[in-house]
Design a protein around this ligand. Structure first.
Ligand code: GRF
Length: 189
């Protein structure tokens, strides 16, 4: 899987399902996606690169002798495509500080909670366990602190008494799919 590198636009980094990538591609701002990069050859979301005729690149850490070499390859790809924005969309690897620093101000992420509440994994289960009534999602700049960068936009989602982890996750995801393309369109204006 490969393709020509188109300069500018949005590079989207994924690891799995890719539903946020899909939401971005089917929005008007999807025309600006210039590269799709995955750290996982099995990522289901890579299918969307084919569907929308976008260049896709797979850079798996297992193919490199060290995390540093993997990061250097990723940075090379990003330098070559010179994206205006690098959008992490379910990218499940922590980016090394060298990449965060080099692309600071252009790297953004979507996270399924109202940051700074509930950074990290399993947010929906943790929200239910904590008994909070308001949940949601956040688009933020990526900094060296995990899920700790400057917040760009948030969308609230009410927690319903009958919610379980799946129903809550589904309602938050619906809002992620609206919020991420909107934020990208605004940032690229
Ligand atoms: C989303 O909930 C996103 O907020 C989080 O990881 C999940 C990715 O889902 N960072 P998908 O791969 O976009 O479907």
């Amino acid at each position: 899987m490969d393709g020509d590198i188109a300069s500018g636009g949005i590079a989207v980094l994924i690891s799995g399902r890719g539903s946020n990538l899909h939401a971005i591609l089917r929005a008007p701002v999807g025309a600006k996606v210039s590269a799709i990069i995955s750290d996982n050859l099995q990522a289901a979301g890579l299918q969307f690169a084919d569907d929308y005729d976008k260049p896709a690149f797979v850079v798996t850490p297992e193919d490199f002798s060290s995390p540093v070499e993997w990061a250097e390859k990723l940075a090379e790809l990003l330098r070559a495509s010179q994206p205006e924005i690098i959008a992490l969309a379910g990218f499940m690897r922590i980016l090394p500080p060298s990449i965060v620093r080099e692309f600071a101000g252009r790297l953004i992420n979507i996270h399924p909670s109202l940051l700074p509440e509930f950074p990290g994994l399993h947010t929906h289960a943790r929200v239910l366990a904590a008994g909070v009534k308001l949940h949601g999602c956040t688009v933020h700049y990526v900094s060296e602190q995990i899920d700790g960068g400057k917040i760009i936009a948030q969308q609230e989602v009410a927690v319903l008494p009958e919610d379980d982890e799946n129903t809550l996750a589904a309602r938050v995801l619906e809002q992620e799919h609206l919020l991420y393309p909107q934020v990208l369109a605004t940032l690229l204006k």
